[in-house]
Each structure stands twice: as C-alpha cells, then as structure tokens.
Design a protein around this ligand. Structure first.
Ligand code: LLP
Length: 405
C-alpha cells in the first residue's frame, strides 16, 4: 500500500507518483506471453519519458520505441542499448535521421516514400547503411477514440500496401538501406482483439509476398496500443494478444517487436492533488484543486475518464466537477463525479495517470510542472524536481530589452 498522505506531505502537491514494481510486473507479464518466440519489447517512451522510468525498463532488458531524437537520447542515457532502439514518427527531420543513423539504432520506421528517399540520401552522405522498416497502414478500424486511432487510411500514419511494396523494392535496390522490418500500429487503448488480428494477417501476407521478391524481413513490429482499465473496460490479456499475433505468422521466422506504452505505465501512476476550495454556483458543486489541465490534460483533451479517490471517505457523496485553477472551462479532471464533502487541503488521488500524464503537461498559465516520485520496493525517491518560476523563465529572461526612458 502506498502512503499517499505521507508522500503529499513530504513532496508537496500536485505530485506524480509511479509504482516501479507495478511497471516491472506489467513488463514481465507481456514478455512472458511471447515466451518461446524471439521477441523484443520496446517501451514506447512517449507514454512516460522520465529518465528513471526508462531506466527501470532498461534494467529489465527492454528496448525503446522513440518518436523524436530527444526520445532516442533519453533512451540511450537511461541505458537502453542502440540495437534495441526504434525510431518512428511521420515527420522526422534530417538531423534526427542523421543522428539515428550515427547511433546505429536497430531500425528507422519509415512512414512515406518521400521519407525513405530522404533516409537513403542521408545514409549515402554518411557512407552508412541504415536498417529500415516500413510502417504499413492496414486500413482497419481499431474501434478506439478517434484522436488515438491511427490504422485507417484517413489517418496520417503509415502507407498503404502498394506503396509499402514499392518502398521495399526501393530499399532493396539501394546500397544504403537495409530493409529488416515491417511495422503497424492501429491505435491506442485497444480493447478489441479482432482489429489487431486482422491487421496482423494483412501485414503477415505482405511479408510473405515480399519474400517472393527476395526481401526477407527479420522483425515483425506490432506497435503498441494494448488497452488498460481506467474504469470498467474489459481488456485484452497478454496471452490472447500474443496468441492472436502468433497465429498469423505460421511459416515465418520473425522476431516480434512490440511497443507497449500505456500497458506498462498507465496504472502504475497516480496524480496527487489537494483541495483548495469548494463552491457552489446555483446548484452546481465545484471542487477546486491545486492540479490542473497543464498537469494532466487527458480529461480536457479526450474527455478521458480517470478514477478519482478522496482519501477522506466519510460523509454523504454528491456530484461535483473537479476543476483546476487554469483559466479555461476545459480545465477539469472530472464532471459530475460523486465525492464526499471536502475541506481545504484534503487529498485527492487521480488514478491511471502514469501514461500520457506528465509528458503531455505544459507551463500554461506559468504553472511549474509537478515533481515526479518513484516507489520501488516500498521506498520512495524523487525522479524529477518540481519546476520553479526561475526554471520556467530561464530561456526568456535574457532577452528582455532595456526600458526606454
Ligand atoms: N507505437 C506507436 C507507433 C505509437 O504511435 C504509440 C502511441 C505507441 C506505440 C504506444 O501506444 P500505447 O501502448 O501507449 O497505447 N496521448 C494519448 C495516446 C497517444 C498514443 C500515441 N501513440 C492518450 O493519452 O490516450
């Protein structure tokens, strides 16, 4: 049991708390599901990119799925070897591609013909060979929130099957590209297995047809997306997930690469916030807390549900909107949420905050980002300091002009 009260007193609020042991359990459960097959779990760094979080996965043998050179640098700093690092994303810049090639990472996931040509050019200039994979868009509806759905032609991600084939032929004919993998990722917070299985069938068929033209791939990258329980979702078990994928790969000797983010970190994270005030406008009850949308934007952006628990349980529960101090009506953690009567300084725990929480934060309203804390073997430690006003203005203050008299 995590002593949230003690942590809130020791580190102040708002505060992110991550249970590193839970992250390990999740990693091991997923790794175990692919037992007996060559597999690489490459943690999707974007889900929670704190260096110590990434290091926690590095120590378990995890790779890293990165979407910017900044994330690649984080992964390397946290101890993930280059040969377990992937670089994905629809819009990689020249200097990012160059640095990835120089680090000799496992492969770059190319998301368009134009990008592949660019990678070829840069590899040529460096006189290197770049391992690549192509992100295929299988045009399958993942049945998740439209903002986190990526596997339909209407989404900006990946390329259709015909373009993918052309890209592999281009790569095969280039002396600076080595096509080693194939990639798909149809969306995030997936709770239905069928779209994943259907996508895997399409992509595995493409692997077979590439074999016929002498393009032999080694890595079958199934992306991330495994959903978790925020409220009452029925989620896919790691076993069923692995079985669904493996069933599509008969006759193929491929290393399975998986890029889990949320599955590993979402329910390891808690966001602690204290009540500032309560008020009622006509009949409407508001609980104003010290955390805000700049700390955790998922409710505002996706209308996402996060369970909110009051440490103080006594008293009749009535509906309230839990809102932050930011000057936006969209600044809320929950609406019409039942909570007991609360007083100044009472602590609220926002659950499932370990993925896409801190990382999507900002300094909006000149609010410093929260501190981040790890709990490992029952011991807590700081993994990121609370931002101060000085931190926020550090890159601006030297540009102030002298006042004109
Ligand atoms: N691989 C690729 C290529 C991805 O685009 C993503 C997530 C992942 C792996 C990891 O997906 P996960 O296992 O975490 O579902 N901010 C949104 C989620 C955005 C996901 C973007 N891509 C949210 O808060 O729900």
């Amino acid at each position: 049991m995590i002593n949230f009260q003690e942590l809130a007193e020791k580190y102040k609020t708002p505060l992110y708390v991550y249970d590193f042991d839970y992250m390990k359990e999740q990693y091991n459960a997923l790794k175990e599901a692919f037992r007996g097959r060559k597999s690489l779990l490459s943690y999707a760094v974007k889900a929670n990119s704190n260096l110590s979080v990434v290091q926690n996965f590095a120590r378990l043998g995890s790779g890293a799925d990165c979407v910017s050179i900044g994330e690649v640098r984080r992964a390397l700093m946290a101890g993930i070897p280059p040969y377990k690092i992937l670089f994905s994303g629809v819009g990689k810049q020249d200097d990012e591609i160059q640095e990835a090639i120089e680090h000799d990472i496992l492969y770059i996931n190319a998301e368009s013909i134009a990008e592949l040509e660019r990678i070829d050019l840069i590899a040529k200039k460096l006189d290197k060979v770049c391992r690549i994979s192509v992100r295929v868009n299988p045009n399958i509806d993942p049945k998740t929130h439209p903002y986190i759905s990526t596997g339909l032609s209407a989404n900006k991600f990946g390329v259709d099957i015909d373009s993918a084939k052309r890209m592999y032929i281009f790569a095969k004919n280039s002396s600076h590209l080595d096509p080693v993998g194939i990639h798909f990722h149809i969306g995030s917070q997936l709770t239905e297995l069928e779209p994943i299985r259907e996508s895997a069938i399409i992509v595995a068929d493409l692997v077979r047809s590439l074999h016929v033209i002498d393009v032999d791939l080694k890595f079958f990258d199934i992306g991330g997306g495994l959903g978790v329980v925020y409220k009452d979702e029925i989620t896919i078990t790691p076993y069923d997930y692995a079985q669904a994928i493996l069933s599509t790969l008969t006759g193929l000797d491929l290393t399975i690469v998986c890029e889990p983010g949320r599955y590993l970190t979402a329910n390891a994270g808690y966001f602690l916030t204290r009540v500032l005030y309560e008020k009622t406008n006509k009949d409407k009850r508001f609980i104003i807390v010290d955390g805000a949308m700049n700390d955790l934007i998922r409710p505002s952006l996706y209308n996402a549900y996060h369970k909110i628990e009051a440490l103080k349980q006594e008293g009749e529960r009535t509906k309230a909107d839990i809102v932050g101090p930011v000057c936006e009506s969209g600044d809320f953690f929950a609406k019409d949420y039942e909570l007991p009567a609360l007083a100044h300084n009472d602590l609220l725990i926002v659950h499932s905050a370990g993925s896409y929480g801190f990382g999507m934060g900002s300094n909006y309203n000149t609010r410093g980002r929260s501190a981040e804390i790890a709990i490992e073997n029952g011991v807590d430690r700081m993994i990121r300091q609370r931002e101060t006003f000085e931190d926020i203005i550090a890159l601006e203050k030297d540009f102030l002009q002298e006042n004109n008299e």
